[in-house]
Design a protein around this ligand. Structure first.
Ligand SMILES: Nc1ncnc2c1ncn2[C@@H]1O[C@H](COP(=O)(O)OP(=O)(O)O)[C@@H](O)[C@H]1O
Ligand SMILES: [Mg+2]
Length: 369
């Protein structure tokens, strides 16, 4: 095995080597990655986004642009494979996923794992894609996903509390349909309420510690003086159990539970206004970077790790001014970043030995710098 070319501080992971087989157009790709920026350029439909998709599949156990495995496994192939060498805490760890049409086999250090959780912890990966502005413009589920990704990585107990809540919520929703429901509902509502308190504590604390980082990045990337974030927990002040009792009839009419942490949201504001009303599409994109990089800084501060950032179509919707600002913050962060774009080579000048440029064409990836 080749040693990593560069010894980063302990605040990693970084992926030193990435191999991809039979993922869409990428039949057989193997590349050594640089510890900081890795730019993938090339013509349309050549496989640039698929490189990012590969690392995302490895880290999260699913694609970010397709739910059907059959659609992303290369035509006429049975399964796809992604393998990476991850440099982490002084050691190189081999991790891999193989996925056929139905299931995954995950291997970490040669051992088969049952679920993707271990990979998720091994490889904190963030993604910014052309549709990421929905984080600002669209429904609360995108902001909850954003919030919970962060909470998951800084608070080990979060996932357990969340799973406990989901189970009880599912039972309550089913019980709402039963004729004599009150006795059946009660224990599930108490369980939901106690899990909800725990989830709420973690989320509220997370947002509190995230907020100063977001404030800084609002200034650094967008010149915004008053970028604010407010956490809405998903139910009114007071115990959730009480509120669930009083809403049994109306919830039953609706067919689902309308209060609880599964309805949480984040409200982004600029001064006294909702952020979405105040900024252009280009600024929205910059705001997505501010949100994402704020999480990265917080992760670094709280658990001494840096997430790997994937940016698909970096240049899109960003004018040169915002592009250069984001680029310089990315470079200062010393995080590993994989970026795709058609004109990145022309638009981004600084190339350091810690960066790499790749050309992608018809599913072949070649390092050019
Ligand atoms: N299951 C598949 N098998 C083979 N090729 C595929 C499959 N799905 C998509 N493709 C091809 O892979 C390419 C996807 O490229 P993509 O990574 O989106 O390109 P880029 O980001 O460079 O524009 C396209 O050429 C598409 O036709
Ligand atoms: Mg693309």
């Amino acid at each position: 095995m080749k040693p990593a070319r560069y010894s980063p501080p302990v605040t990693v992971p970084i992926v030193t080597h990435l191999a991809i087989q039979n993922l869409r157009i990428l039949n057989n790709v193997a590349v050594d990655l640089a510890p900081q920026a890795n730019l993938f350029t090339g013509p349309n439909a050549s496989g640039k986004t698929t490189v990012l998709e590969a690392l995302y599949v490895l880290a999260r156990g699913r694609s970010f642009r397709e739910t059907q495995w059959t659609a992303i496994i290369a035509e006429r192939e049975e399964s796809l494979r992604v393998f990476a060498r991850v440099f982490d805490q002084g050691k190189t760890v081999p991790v891999g996923i193989e996925h056929d049409r139905h299931q995954a086999v995950i291997r970490i250090k040669g051992e088969t794992q049952r679920n993707t959780r271990t990979l998720l912890e091994q490889l904190p990966v963030q993604l910014i894609a052309p549709d990421s502005h929905r984080l600002i413009e669209q429904g609360p589920q995108y902001r909850r996903q954003y919030l919970d990704w962060g909470v998951f990585h800084v608070e080990q107990r979060f996932l357990g509390a969340w799973q406990r809540y989901r189970r009880a919520l599912k039972q309550r929703n089913a019980a709402l349909k039963a004729p004599a429901k009150d006795a059946v509902l009660e224990p599930w509502e108490l369980e939901m309420s106690s899990a909800a308190e725990e989830i709420d504590r973690y989320r509220a604390h997370y947002v509190e510690t995230l907020s100063p980082h977001l404030d800084d990045l609002g200034r650094e990337l967008l010149n915004l003086e008053e970028l604010g974030v407010r956490y809405l927990k998903g139910w009114r002040e007071g115990e959730l159990a009480m509120q669930l009792v009083t809403s049994r009839t109306s919830d039953a009419q609706q067919g689902y539970t309308r209060a609880g942490p599964h309805r949480a949201d984040l409200e982004l504001s600029i001064g006294n206004h909702k952020a979405v009303q105040r900024i252009s599409r280009g600024q929205q994109k910059a705001l997505v970077f501010a949100l994402t990089l704020a999480q990265a800084r917080l992760l670094n501060e709280r658990v001494d790790r840096k997430p790997i950032l994937l940016v698909d179509d970096f240049g899109a919707e960003l004018d040169d001014h915002h592009l250069k600002r984001i680029w310089s913050v990315l470079q200062e962060s010393k995080s590993q970043v994989l970026l795709t774009g058609t004109d990145l080579k022309e638009r981004l000048s600084t190339q350091t030995p810690k960066d790499a440029l790749f050309h992608v064409e018809r599913g072949e990836v070649t390092r050019v710098l």
